[in-house]
Design a protein around this ligand. Sequence first.
Ligand code: SF4
Length: 363
Amino acid sequence: MPKTNFRGNEFSALGLNSAYSSKYTRIWQILRDAGAPDFRHRQIFKAIFQDRITRFSDMVALPKPLRLKLATEFGDEILSLKRVATKESEQAEKTLYALPSGERVEAVSLKFQAGWESFCISSQSGCGFGCTFCATGKLGLLRNMTADEITDQLLDFHFHGRTIDSVSFMGMGEALSNVHTFDALRLMTHPALFALSPRRITVSTIGIVPQMERLASDFPQVNLTLSLHTPFNEQRTEMMPISRKYPIPMLMEALDRHVRETRRKTYIAYVLIRGVNDTRDHAKALAKLINARFQNGRLLHVSLITFNEIASAPGSFARSKNSSARLFQNILLQNNVKTTIRASFGNDIDAACGQLSANYASS
Ligand code: SF4
């Protein structure tokens, strides 16, 4: 991670929901209350984010009483979640974590041939939105993750020697329905902590319109992906009950506002499911929907994703044939819609990003 460039007074301007919503702000508070000099903050964050020191007791640059105080306050381990299991394939690695209260979440790292690594993280344990094609939704919402728990997934990979090139909120949960996601974004982009460029972060949503607006205003450089999955509102309401509250026309207007405000390329995720949403009619209607948007949808990009049959519990859904996926893509391209078929890594280990499995109800 980039070199720590931090001053205590800068940290106080972090802007988290409350001074105690993150261990990093609590560390700052503890040191301030103890009258510790500013350089102690820098030592601690350097130890975590540059030297990859995982325990307070190993921060030998700190006086012993301070190490003990921090360990008493937080426990000796910096991480609040624990690795339970990992599964690896050539290009993907799935890690299952236990939260302190016992619920399970998972994160996936995807290795690209160009040499960079992308991390797909969770924001909730389970999910309450009940999308019919999604295994996580079958669990219901167990709980929101805190900002520390969300970012600890990245910190764990960092402690295992990995470089965090890019991050997407496409694991378990609907990121924009968890208010702590915004605090997590502050931690991830803070120069003293993860120091990630907001342009390397993508938030994926099923379309929680007010929070899409907040994202554009608070983090205009963070990428937004809207999971649409069908251009027909009636069908979307069957597949994704959120469409009752935020129907497709409202989502499209929100996308227009997002593009106008941020001037950034904005993504539409579309999981292709055989015979459900992969027909010519769907492709044509999707193209029409996009062409009718702000600047003819010039800044909208459709990511076509192959459905992960392993991860998704409902047996009635199947992956589109390759020929259908190509035809679907060609219809979009012929209608001037920018689109790619996303390489689907990790299906063999049940780790397709955006459709993480929820098989741990019994684990
Ligand atoms: Fe929740 Fe996303 Fe699954 Fe829908 S697709 S149930 S929002 S995790």
